[in-house]
Ligand binder design. Structure first.
Ligand code: ACO
Length: 406
């Protein structure tokens, strides 16, 4: 406990808030969440409307620039992003140097971090902090990051399956090109199925931003040092990698596979209640009702199943949800399915290996990270993030030379 500010040298009351349960670190106009009612809006537009009517690229524009683009603006924006999809040959060499079984998320994070060395024009340490007053320069980094992330992700995937990397095809749409780079077969006319392209677009839209989730808070924290955006995105992606955040969809799939059949659900839930394990894909720091993104995903599962057949894990997931939503333990703690509960099943049905799931989360979330980067750097109140601690350790210890220690 600290008293309120009593003299000029004191900084006053300090709040002890582990995990930032109740601490706002910025003002924002990007994303609105009402966790009690299950509402999610980007720049005032409902996630349901955006998922039903927009493309991911359009939503990325909305998040970053604050309004829906006109058709000319959208065409220009799309072409700028698609003109930045190729990655430097040396970056390809760097990716090729990873172990044959490297986790694709580790490859994505490292490659993004390495990109800061390819574009020193974005490095304020070399060019001075006022490069952030140059909107055109900032936009160029945005085109590069959004353009190159799917290429890096596709190369990481190809690496994992031991196949040659594919070049992007810029005449395709953003999601179409991504699927194309993953799967391109020897036929020259190969094109991903439109149902899968649209499903991926919807998945990308609902994952694009979620106000100050852990990775976005990390993005803002790192960006507050004025480092280049590649380093900041690499840091944000590292936060996303964790199983309690973007790695949860991967953890959900492993959990469903471990449960194995619906008969095992009661004993599994018993173990959850005894806190021996967590019900992955359930619970959320902000949503205390059904996550609106999980509702949209349930619909997308049906669209994908109609084309590719029902995934057997869906039965376990649906039963697990039914059990949990009628169980006092989960009701009392307001634990509902979150976005990760169904996304993994869709990705699996589409043929993605489980360790690609966090990568598939990172590509769209980069749009949100960049929107927050732009907003933060134009905030007159911007200052470096520097929380305080409650020190509980020793003080004034007498130093003992190494040879005298027991
Ligand atoms: N399974 C079982 N119990 C849970 C779960 C869960 N998934 N989530 C929370 N609880 C319980 C906690 O044990 C705690 O119980 P207690 O009061 O008896 O101690 C209570 O609910 C409150 O939980 P907290 O851990 O305080 O909630 P917090 O807001 O810190 O955690 C989190 C949120 C990390 C998302 C948590 O719900 C969780 O671990 N979920 C599983 C992982 C997951 O799906 N993450 C994805 C989140 S969405 C995203 O990042 C895109």
């Amino acid at each position: 406990f600290r008293p309120i500010k009593e003299n000029p040298s004191d900084f006053g009351t300090m709040i002890y808030d582990p995990g930032y349960y109740n601490t706002a670190v910025c003002k924002s106009q990007i994303t609105y969440i009402d966790g009690d009612q299950g509402i999610l809006e980007y720049r005032g537009y409902s996630i349901e409307d955006l998922a039903a009517n927009s493309s991911f690229v359009e939503v990325a524009y909305l998040l970053i620039f604050g309004s829906l683009p006109s058709s000319n603006q959208l065409n220009l924006w799309n072409s700028k992003i698609m003109n930045h999809t190729f990655i430097h040959e040396n970056l390809i060499q760097l990716m090729k140097s990873f172990r044959y079984d490297a986790h694709p998320m580790g490859m994505l994070i490292s490659s993004m971090s390495a990109m800061s060395t390819f574009y020193p024009e974005a490095n304020p340490a070399l060019k001075g902090a006022d490069i952030y007053k140059n909107k055109a320069l900032m936009n160029k980094q945005i085109f590069r990051i959004l353009g190159k992330l799917p290429t890096i992700a596709a190369c990481a995937y190809r690496h994992r399956i031991g196949r040659p990397y594919n070049n992007p095809t810029n005449t395709l749409s953003y999601t179409e090109n991504f699927l194309y780079m993953l799967d391109r077969l020897s036929e020259t006319n190969y094109k991903p199925h439109p149902v899968l392209t649209r499903a991926l677009d919807k998945l990308f839209i609902i994952h694009a931003d979620h106000e100050l989730n852990c990775s976005t808070a990390t993005m803002r924290q790192i960006a507050s040092t004025l480092v280049d955006p590649y380093s900041a995105v690499a840091g944000a992606a590292s936060a996303l990698y964790g199983p309690l955040h973007g790695g949860a969809n991967e953890a959900v799939l492993r959990m469903l596979e471990q449960i194995g059949s619906v008969e095992n659900i009661p004993s599994f839930l018993e173990a959850v209640k005894q806190k021996k394990q967590r019900l992955m894909g359930f619970g959320h720091r902000v949503y205390k009702s059904y996550d609106p993104r999980a509702k949209i995903l349930k619909e997308v599962t049906q669209e994908v199943f109609a084309l590719l057949g029902k995934n057997p894990l869906m039965e376990i997931a649906t039963e697990l949800e039914r059990h949990a939503l009628t169980d006092r333990y989960f009701i009392d703690r307001q634990l509902y399915p979150n976005v990760d509960f169904y996304s993994g099943i869709i990705y699996k049905t589409m043929g993605f290996p489980t360790d690609m799931f966090p990568v598939l989360f990172s590509i769209p979330r980069a749009a949100g990270w960049l929107a927050h980067w732009v907003e933060e750097l134009s905030d007159a109140d911007l200052r470096i993030f520097r929380p305080r601690q409650i020190y509980l350790g020793k003080r004034g210890e007498k130093y003992i030379p190494l040879e005298n220690r027991v």
